[in-house]
Design a protein around this ligand. Structure first.
Ligand SMILES: CC(C)(COP(=O)(O)OP(=O)(O)OC[C@H]1O[C@@H](n2cnc3c(N)ncnc32)[C@H](O)[C@@H]1OP(=O)(O)O)[C@@H](O)C(=O)NCCC(=O)NCCS
Length: 166
């Protein structure tokens, strides 16, 4: 459909686009973000990296990092970014929904954590976690620590340091 975003798996040929997109969307401060520190410790899963396209043009990207919190396996979503020329067409929400569905369908992880705006993610099913319960490797704003979990109350029950996927 012309002008309508769709998603596909990322390949190594997308690396330059994604790097440039991260620079545009997050600027040089991106390397100091606490979520970046998690991804330094625990590798992203390239089989969960998605690209959004519009009319054959890459326009957005999302990554997933397998992690655990308090012995519960799950994923950290991010960075999620859409190129400024392609925003407000649904690409960002499509990427967040698709990568979450793909990850949880594997049956190995039970939640998808992220650091982001409640106004954007809560309508998609993310919930605020318990303030201070999930320990990040750096400072984090707990008003932005959100989790998606099909099991009721798991988002609030998550507690402990972010550790390796087991
Ligand atoms: C956030 C971002 C990924 C959204 O991408 P997108 O493809 O435009 O998203 P969608 O088209 O699915 O949704 C757009 C809607 O979300 C709204 N929105 C965008 N960012 C928002 C935010 N931070 N909080 C609340 N609403 C937001 C837009 O105003 C728009 O609303 P509308 O549909 O009523 O017009 C994109 O703006 C971006 O790359 N921003 C910079 C990087 C960033 O902040 N990433 C998220 C980190 S958690």
């Amino acid at each position: 459909m012309p002008g309508i975003p769709y998603v596909r798996l990322a390949t190594p040929a997308d690396d330059a686009f994604v790097e440039e997109l991260h620079a545009i969307a997050f600027g040089p401060g991106r390397f100091a973000r606490t979520a970046f520190r998690v991804r330094e410790r625990f590798p992203i899963d390239p089989t969960l990296s998605l690209i959004a396209e519009v009319d054959g043009m890459p326009c957005g990207s999302v990554w997933m990092t397998p992690i655990s919190v308090g012995d519960v396996n799950g994923y950290l979503l991010g960075p999620l970014a859409t190129h400024p020329d392609f925003r407000k067409r649904g690409a960002g929400k499509l990427l967040a929904r698709e990568v979450t569905a793909n990850a949880l369908a594997r049956g190995e992880g039970r939640f998808v954590l992220l650091v982001g705006d409640q106004d954007y993610y809560c309508p998609l099913g993310w919930r605020l976690t318990t303030r201070g319960a999930i320990v990040f490797p750096g400072p984090v704003d707990y008003d932005r620590v959100l989790a998606y979990a099909p099991e009721p109350d798991l988002a609030l029950a998550l507690a402990g340091p972010i550790a390796a996927f087991r």
